[in-house]
Design a protein around this ligand. Sequence first.
Ligand code: UGA
Length: 485
Amino acid sequence: MKIIVIGTGYVGLPHAAVLSEYGHEVHAYDIDATRIAAYQSGDADSIERYVNEPGLADIVAENLGRYLFFTTDINGIVEGTDVFFLCINTPPNRDGSTDMSYYLDAIHHLGGLLGQRQNQQRVVLVNKSTVPIGTARLLESVMREHGVENFGVASNPEFLAQGNAVEGSRRPDRIVIGADTAEDMQILRRLYSQFVNHVRIRYLETTPETAEAIKYVSNTLLLTYISFWNGVGARLAEAMPNIRMEDLKVGVTADARISTWGSYVSNGAGGSCFGKDIQSLIYQLNRAGRKTDILQAVYNINEYQKTYLIDRAIHEAHFNFNQKTVAVLGLSFKKRTNDMRDSAALGVVGALLSRGVRAIRAYDPLAMDEARRSWFNPDKNHLFERISYHETAVEAIDGTDALYISTDWEEFRGLARTIQATARPPYLVMDGRRMLPDFDMLVSAGYDYLPVGGPLLHGWPASDAPYRENGSTAAPIAELRHVPA
Ligand code: UGA
């Protein structure tokens, strides 16, 4: 089949690459010429600068020029196309609604081209990126405006998690197709023939609106589950004596109906999807005049979670951040990605700066360029000059008064020894991911340990901790209230 994928980010590129593996003729189109040039080069480093997914660059290189083509110009190739996938970014607006401007530009452009087609074979236009419920219908009306004939619209949401895109595309747990006619269902069944009637993959055909809703309900349910563990499990183990977080997890998730995924308590779930999607669903339901209490609570718990260890450090460990130097380890929103969108580290850094720290020493195995490039740009806020970037965790820890672990990178599991070798007590370790299995060793050597999902463990005699000098904690600096986070 001839397929055009419009938009080549985290959704579009893996989708195009994996479809090309199955022998379809796939053209991936983007308006960003430097991005397209990077993909056309077939060079792994260049591709990974845009989409860093294990195994993806190899698939691109293997199929390039045979089944997979990249272009910034689709004018000449729309004829004879069976399916268009719309994989355009739909970022959030401030009020939680979705910024549809890129999407609208793209579909109007596409409508203009399809309205001029010579070959009037059936064509299906499929929304793949997460878009508000009703967008397939909007797509349909825009195509009609342009006089497009013999077309169908469909919703086929993407359920991949970052870092697992290739594996997830090859072995999805479900394919959800929302379309209006049997003819369009049939075209998409041909496209996904390897998954139809598969023993382990649920192939679901439904209405476009249901498919759109499935994506929002899935993501908000997953975030609800994470927030349940963060807001209930972790809180209990922090507030009451002698509750072991790991045992609590094992005991509860032994029930086959309850998953272990999501029970890893954290300093909040980030990424480009959960926060955006729950805000969008709240917005959509409010507009329909419905209450959204549970969604609002989940969203609030998750946002609060991103900086609350800093509050605990102040109120429980009586740590005075004013003029202190703090290492922040882990900047990406989860391990195995350089993506910092909505990452807890952004909230942590903002909170530390607003508490008057002298310096922040940052380290991440993959996201250093990302951090330097976009988020911690001193032009945005002069206090970002207090952030320095380091090549290793040891280098970042050196000369600090405290450290904060924000991402679940595996290499942080060995940090207890690194800390002992690099920093002297009194020293506060804030662990937003429960990454230190041998925290006991640290505490008995005199370090204070403050984990999410556990009580503060004092290594240094509580009354003597010299890091409390200067009396009460510094007030937040007003100008930092709007640090992008
Ligand atoms: C998420 C969903 O998991 C995908 O199913 C969905 O397709 C995708 O959004 C999307 O809408 O495109 P992703 O954002 O890549 O995928 O990341 P996740 O692996 O779900 O992690 C999200 C956040 O939750 C991360 O910050 C992670 O560290 C955190 N998390 C995850 C926890 O705090 N605890 C856990 O137990 C699991």
